[in-house]
Design a protein around this ligand. Structure first.
Ligand SMILES: Nc1nc2c(ncn2[C@@H]2O[C@H](COP(=O)(O)OP(=O)(O)OP(=O)(O)O)[C@@H](O)[C@H]2O)c(=O)[nH]1
Ligand SMILES: [Mg+2]
Length: 263
């Protein structure tokens, strides 16, 4: 199994180009998880008043799934390493990368997993994923057709009500405008059906890649802060909030043991 980790430290410094101060906008309003122009005022105020609890210590897990060779690894590598490899090297097992952001002044991390076809998430990594990214090739309609199966597999280990879904069409640079607009119609329809946000990207040119991951980080962050505020609203005065390696991990709550790839 190939496992690559971009950083050894649990809390590496945040790069200046990973700072998010405004809510990044969706790609298409017809298939967006959120159509607000900005972060909710509740979230902004909580960040200003440093009432975000354990969010700054959390690592949100993101799983990237989809057919063989649709471009999952290239998508992650374009964002995390600003690199693109035109030679196809199939992922054996699982690859993962860690990205650290600062959102509204609060540190926030995403751990990105790319998992190979035929290896279901349950076989590879018993984790709670906050975000599921289903990838298809904009030039291969069959890969969009398989997206539903990928979704079902990915949700087997997750609570479907708390997962944010993204449907991402890759290799935009290879489609003609006519081809693109045909497949985009189908993708928008499917994304609305499954309540996913749709994006079209190119890892070769980098088109929309940064915008997409910033959007993922911002929406995952907002969801985490709102959940934290809800929790603190129900907490009694005198309750002790312990910040340690298990309390910041949603696995502890679900009593699931992570497999080695998640540790
Ligand atoms: N032109 C173009 N080629 C791409 C793009 N993204 C990926 N590719 C190519 O598509 C092939 C497969 O890319 P990968 O990222 O390895 O695909 P994968 O989904 O990770 O594949 P598996 O790990 O085997 O499931 C490689 O040859 C890439 O160079 C893109 O945006 N544009
Ligand atoms: Mg791969």
């Amino acid at each position: 199994m190939s496992v690559r980790v971009s950083s050894r430290s649990a809390f590496p410094p945040v790069r200046r180009d990973r700072v998010i101060a405004q809510l990044p906008q969706s790609f298409r309003k017809e298939a967006a998880l959120h159509i607000e122009e900005d972060f909710s005022s509740k979230v902004r105020t909580a960040c200003q008043e440093q009432r975000t609890g354990t969010v700054g210590f959390k690592i949100s897990k993101v799983i990237v799934v989809g057919d063989l060779a649709v471009g999952k690894t290239c998508l992650i590598n374009r964002f995390c390493k600003d690199a693109f490899d035109k030679n196809y090297k199939a992922t054996i097992g699982v690859d993962f990368e860690m990205e650290r952001f600062e959102v509204l002044g609060v540190p926030f991390s995403l751990q990105l997993f790319s998992i190979k076809k035929k290896r279901r998430t349950t076989q590879t990594c018993v984790c709670f994923f906050s975000v599921v990214i289903i990838v298809f090739d904009l030039n291969d309609i069959a890969s969009l057709g398989h997206a539903r199966q990928w979704l079902e597999d990915a949700l087997k280990e997750n609570d479907p009500t708390s997962v944010q879904l993204f449907l991402v069409g890759t290799k935009k640079d290879l489609s003609s405008p006519a081809q693109y607009s045909r497949i985009e119609q189908d993708a928008l329809k499917f994304a609305s059906e499954i309540c996913a946000e749709f994006w079209a990207v190119s890892s070769l040119t980098g088109e929309n890649v940064t915008e997409f991951f910033f959007r993922v980080a911002a929406l995952a962050f907002e969801t985490n802060v709102l959940a934290e505020l809800e929790k603190s609203g129900t907490r009694q005065i005198g309750d002790v909030v312990r910040i340690n390696s298990t309390s910041s991990d949603p696995l502890a709550a679900s009593k699931k043991k992570p497999s080695s790839c998640c540790q």
